[in-house]
Design a protein around this ligand. Structure first.
Ligand SMILES: Cc1cc2nc3c(=O)[nH]c(=O)nc-3n(C[C@H](O)[C@H](O)[C@H](O)COP(=O)(O)OP(=O)(O)OC[C@H]3O[C@@H](n4cnc5c(N)ncnc54)[C@H](O)[C@@H]3O)c2cc1C
Length: 471
């Protein structure tokens, strides 16, 4: 297989051996692992198509991989085979500022898209917190959100066209540089399909003007409940900030340990609120209402940025929070569930209770305005019992999200992590229709197998092995 792939893309672009297998056996969800036989790094759509056609002919499973920052095991090569990395697909191919559109290869990092059009007052609005490394293809795979999803939406509405190698190895195009071109109805199906419908090689993305007025505030609260009540009240008042992010005392402790970031004495939670728009007076009025809510919820401090440098400083806690968790424990599993925002106060209490019940530490950093929770369970994955408890604790939290009328995932996807939870959220009929939609593209056996849909026949026996070392 390695010799064949080398003929297709050149020997220097095929990785194999123990170190490569180890490096590509998981994404940022490290509880489940499975090694590929080889990793191929094609340079363009044509080479991706050749690799897929080769895999189909030889019946070899393959999995597309961007930066590997996924948090649900989406890139885990479940049945081994070939990982198709988009590491070399990093070209921005066309920029059309007049029509606010850009065509790029799928391996371009999210932030590079925005950097390329900043001079024209435009940006690519989806901004996952991993944006300096996570790729356009990965954002499409997961239908990624981010801090500004509250106002600007997730990835799907910002994708105008997709070039993809389908599971038979054909190059197919959906949509194009403007909205509504033929095939664009398939984009909603492909975005968020976690690489199970083909390998995206290029996409046309829609560009959004950078708002003229932006106001950012960091608010310190004496309790988590004060902060969550503030979120619910802000939304209830009809203020829709561009970003409304929360960090709890667990994250603040990690930030202190890692970066010596200090917050007012007695701070148990922070809210980062950003309001934006083209009318500065409207933005200021929104921020005044946010300040009033903060006062009603006994805020300890309300710090507003007066320039871009200060704004970036206020964002530090949010941007560095997950990284800082590396100071606390060797392993972090970042969960992802959704609840109605009004249930945030109750849900956070559930998260802390579950953490105590399973004796696993937890810290929370999340898109509060979307009701999108991210409990970060921290532990040592060299201890099988801790791994077992983390998995059970996560399932309990997500099950409660569903009971409260929420969803099994807000933005991190299903991957392998949440396969078992799909059957709780969806009826057998729902799942059958999803399988039918997938079967339009493939029979599901080779293209990123064992993901998203539970009970795929060839996968059941392998699942224990993914967690074999730890369990
Ligand atoms: C610190 C941190 C912060 C994060 N913050 C956020 C956040 O704010 N919002 C959010 O939504 N997520 C967030 N994530 C999760 C992750 O970054 C996103 O899901 C991101 O979109 C994954 O991009 P990637 O390039 O790393 O994709 P990968 O992890 O490599 O792949 C993700 C999925 O997409 C598929 N895929 C990748 N490339 C292609 C392609 N070219 N064609 C078809 N399928 C493909 C893969 O098969 C896999 O199923 C965060 C992760 C970390 C580690």
């Amino acid at each position: 297989m390695i010799a064949d792939l080398s003929r297709l893309v050149g020997p220097e672009w095929v990785l194999s051996g123990a170190a490569a297998e180890r490096a590509y056996d998981s994404d940022a969800y490290t509880v489940d692992r499975s090694s590929p036989v080889a990793i191929a790094l094609p340079k363009d759509t044509a080479e991706v198509a050749e690799i897929v056609r080769y895999c189909v002919a030889q019946k070899i499973p393959y999995t597309a991989r961007g930066a590997g920052t996924g948090l649900s095991g989406g890139v885990l090569p479940a049945l081994g085979g070939v990982v198709i990395s988009t590491k070399r697909l990093t070209a921005i191919l066309e920029i059309d500022t007049e029509n606010r559109a850009m065509r790029a290869q799928s391996g371009v990092a999210n932030k590079k898209l925005s950097d390329a059009v900043k001079h024209a007052g435009l940006h690519f609005a989806p901004d996952p917190s991993s944006q300096t490394v996570s790729t356009l293809g990965g954002n499409i795979g997961e239908n990624a959100g981010g801090p500004h999803t509250l106002k600007y939406g997730v990835t799907a509405p910002h994708i105008l066209g997709i070039t993809m190698v389908n599971p038979e190895g054909e190059i197919v195009e959906f949509g194009g540089p403007t909205a509504g071109l033929p095939g664009s109805e398939f984009i909603g199906l492909i975005v968020g399909s976690e690489g199970t419908l083909g390998v995206v090689t290029e996409a046309w993305v829609q560009l959004t003007p950078i708002p003229r007025a932006i106001q950012t505030a960091l608010i310190a609260f004496p309790s988590v409940r004060n902060a969550t009540e503030a979120v619910a009240e802000i939304i209830r008042l009809g203020v829709i900030p561009a970003a409304l992010e929360m960090m709890d005392h667990g994250i603040l402790g990690a930030l202190r340990a890692a970066f010596n970031l200090q917050y007012p004495e007695g701070t148990k939670a922070l809210l980062l609120v950003e309001c934006d728009g083209d009318d500065a007076a409207v933005v200021a009025e929104e921020m005044t209402r946010v300040r009033q809510v903060a006062e009603r919820q006994s805020a300890l401090s309300f710090t507003e940025a007066t320039d871009e440098r200060e704004r970036q400083k206020l964002w530090t806690a949010r941007k560095k929070g997950v990284g800082a968790m590396g100071r606390v424990a060797p392993t972090v599993v970042t969960h992802d569930g959704v609840i109605p925002r009004s249930k945030l106060p109750e849900m956070l209490e559930t998260v802390y209770a579950v953490s105590a019940e399973y004796q696993i530490g937890v810290a929370n950093i999340f898109h509060a305005g979307d009701g999108n929770l991210h409990p970060c369970f921290y532990f040592d994955d060299r201890d099988p019992d801790q791994v077992r408890r983390v998995v059970l604790a996560g399932e309990k939290v997500i099950a409660r999200c569903l009971e409260l009328g929420g969803s099994v995932s807000g933005e991190h996807g299903i991957g392998v992590e949440k396969l078992d939870l799909m059957a709780i959220m969806f009826t057998p009929d729902d799942l059958e229709y999803q399988a039918m939609a997938k079967s339009i593209f493939s029979d599901g056996q080779l293209c990123n197998p064992c993901k998203v849909l539970p009970n795929q026949k060839s996968c059941t026996e392998h699942r224990k092995r993914w967690r074999g070392i730890a369990w």
